[in-house]
Design a protein around this ligand. Sequence first.
Ligand SMILES: NC(=O)c1ccc[n+]([C@@H]2O[C@H](COP(=O)([O-])OP(=O)(O)OC[C@H]3O[C@@H](n4cnc5c(N)ncnc54)[C@H](O)[C@@H]3O)[C@@H](O)[C@H]2O)c1
Length: 305
Amino acid sequence: MSRYVVTGAAGFIGSHLAERLIAQGHDVRSLDCFTDYYDPALKRENAADLDVLELDLAAADVDLTDVDCVFHLAGQPGTRSFGPIFADYLRRNTLATQRLFEQAAGAGVKVVYASSSSVYGDAETYPTSEATIPRPNSPYGITKLACEHLAGAYARSFGLDAVGLRYFTVYGPRQRPDMAFTRIVSALAIGEPFELFGDGGQSRSFTFVADVVDATIAAAGAEPGSLYNVAGGAEATMRAAIELAEEISARQLDLRTGPPAQGDIRRTKADTTAIERDLGWHATTSLEDGLRAQWEWAIARVAAL
Ligand SMILES: NC(=O)c1ccc[n+]([C@@H]2O[C@H](COP(=O)([O-])OP(=O)(O)OC[C@H]3O[C@@H](n4cnc5c(N)ncnc54)[C@H](O)[C@@H]3O)[C@@H](O)[C@H]2O)c1
């Protein structure tokens, strides 16, 4: 049994991770400050089976006594980060992470932290490897890139053992309400219109949340300073994903189109050679199976209302 801290444990990915670690018999300290980026009631729902300590990493310290590893998933996600909301990104990503790295370095505790495919922006090459020069399109991506550089600075100056994971568009049950798949399956379940940002030709390396949890746990055994892409195998356009969701649900989506979201990326396609080679991880869930799981979650929630 190991002792772990999971930050952002009431969030989408963090709640799945904390549940899995507990199921594996580990001692897990879950923490989250329940920001209002989306309805905190949804976070309470995510954390229904967890004992979550309410703590704001940007303001308070974490008890790292006898902790083997911190899984740092707390943060302010979403690429719509231009304008005044940027202050939240700075505080919840950059400042919160800097404070955590400071404490972990002092306590000699390893940190596995969530970075993002958003650091690449419109990448120079596809599939995109970790060696590609990051060029974020969004202020969000810039704060995540800053966290990676903070990990490097704390490693060089204070010996911090940190492993960064660049997650690529994670989906599945509990996906955040601002993300496309949740908006699609909810629209299908309730029979409401869905607004597609852009022409639907934008594509992603969609990654199922259980696969992301596997990769994140595997990263606790990675070499200090490692940085990996975490991405599903198949790339799909938004149009293709919508068609698949319609097929799975046997319903027709009331599709409306709007302008592309500022800061959004046209394409992501990850090269996952490094994580496969070093940690033996690769995504195993097909888009069809993963989307079906998310549809079933959405329909069950609607039925329970
Ligand atoms: N979901 C994705 O597709 C995706 C892709 C790339 C990277 N990421 C990163 O993965 C992590 C988890 O993403 P998610 O989709 O589960 O987001 P989420 O918003 O559902 O979860 C993040 C949680 O962190 C908490 N939090 C924010 N600031 C905090 C602070 N200062 N102290 C304590 N808790 C705080 C929030 O309340 C929230 O519950 C984030 O760091 C995000 O940037 C997510």
